[in-house]
Every structure is written in C-alpha cells, then in structure tokens.
Design a protein around this ligand. Structure first.
Ligand code: 5GP
Length: 200
C-alpha cells in the first residue's frame, strides 16, 4: 500500500485558510490532524475536534515521551502536532492534513521531506487588513499585531512548495484541490506501483 500524503497548510490569520480547507477536506477524503494546544477553548470549539486542549504540564509530558512530532509556542501557548494523529494514518494510506504556522511547517519539512507544503496568501496586506476589520471581533491593537505577524509569515512563503492566493474563494479551493490531486499521482515514491504494473 502507498503511504498517504502529508499535506501542510499555513497562512496568516484572516487569509481564509479555514474556509478554503473546509471546501475540500471532506470531498478529497483528507484526514484532519487535530493538534494539541495549551490555549483556552474558544466559544464554538470542542475538545478533540478543533484541538486537544491540554495544560502546560500535560503538553510538556507528551514532549518528554516523544509523542509530539513538532511543536512551537505562539502568542504564549504551546501548539503541536501529535505523532498519533499522523504516522499510523499515513501508513494506512490515508492523506493527512496539518494546518499549522510557518515555524512548525519548516520543522515538518525537515523531519518529513516528502511533506507537501502549501501557503495560502491574501491577495494583499491591505486586503488582509480590510478583512480583519470587517470581522469586527478584534481591537485596533490586535489587528495591527496580526497584520505585522502576517507580513512576517508571508515573507516565509518561499519555503513552501506551493503558494495559493485567496482572492476569489472558488479559485483558491480549486487550486488547493488540484495540488492534492496532482501530488496523489506524482511519480515520487511510486516504486510499489511501478512494480505492480510490471508484475501483474
Ligand atoms: P489559533 O490559536 O488561532 O487556533 O492558532 C494559532 C496558530 O497556531 C495558527 O497559525 C495555527 O495554524 C497554528 N497551529 C495550530 N496547530 C498547530 C500545531 O500543531 N503546530 C504548529 N506549529 N502550529 C499550529
């Protein structure tokens, strides 16, 4: 059996990555990896669905037991990908999707060079600023901090395999789906398939 893909998606807050991924995860049968975090649960979130919500001590115990594939601290909290969410599923041929920030994505690429990294960018920083304001959920200070963080993240986009600009949602969904479909038929690591074709 072919090993499943490891698809890593990053993008700044407000770029619409959740909406883009929501449009394809089910359709393409991707397995969403639920990360662990020490940040508090937000309204509308559920434990084991959005994140596994842990205390700092619980998170550090998992690190010590080598159960965390990668982790980082973001805005004062730990966020990490659990090995259990990724490795066994990939070995069963399932494609696993990680939605993580840029430092984590670089670490995953180092640890798993076959990971496919996709960066979702807003059409411009000015548009991102407009979208964050339109949400109306953040203070001026938080919006400025998020825009500054977004600029830092966008500067890291060249470390990714693909950049998808989310200007028109339908086009962005289509682009991400096309990448995943193409990666599924990529000739990389297809030795099993080739010998199957030759020997059957
Ligand atoms: P939020 O608190 O808004 O849910 O997430 C904050 C940031 O942490 C987002 O950029 C999100 O993609 C990132 N993140 C979520 N889970 C993980 C993870 O397991 N590892 C890393 N490195 N970043 C994560």
């Amino acid at each position: 059996m072919e090993k499943g893909l490891l698809i890593v998606v990053s993008g700044p807050s407000g770029c619409g990555k959740g909406t883009v991924l929501g449009g394809i995860t089910k359709e393409l049968g991707l397995c969403y990896s639920v990360s662990a975090t020490t940040r508090g649960m937000r309204e509308g979130e559920a434990d084991g669905v959005n994140y596994h919500y842990l205390t700092k001590e619980q998170f550090e115990a998992l690190i010590a037991e080598d159960k965390v594939l990668e982790y980082t601290t973001y805005c004062g909290n730990y966020y990490g990908t659990l090995r259990d969410e990724v490795e066994s599923r990939r070995n069963q041929g399932q494609d696993v999707l990680l939605e993580i920030e840029v430092v984590g994505a670089a670490n995953v690429k180092r640890l798993c060079p076959d990971a496919v990294l996709i960066f979702i960018a807003p059409p411009s920083v000015a548009e991102l600023d407009r979208r964050l304001r339109k949400r109306g959920t953040e203070t001026e200070e938080v919006i400025s901090a998020r825009v500054a963080e977004a600029e830092r993240e966008i500067r890291c986009a060249s470390q990714y395999d693909y950049i998808v600009v989310n200007g028109a949602l339908e086009k962005a969904v289509d682009d991400v789906a096309s990448i995943i479909k193409a990666e599924r038929i990529s000739a990389v690591n297809k030795e099993n398939l080739i010998s199957e074709v030759l020997n059957s």
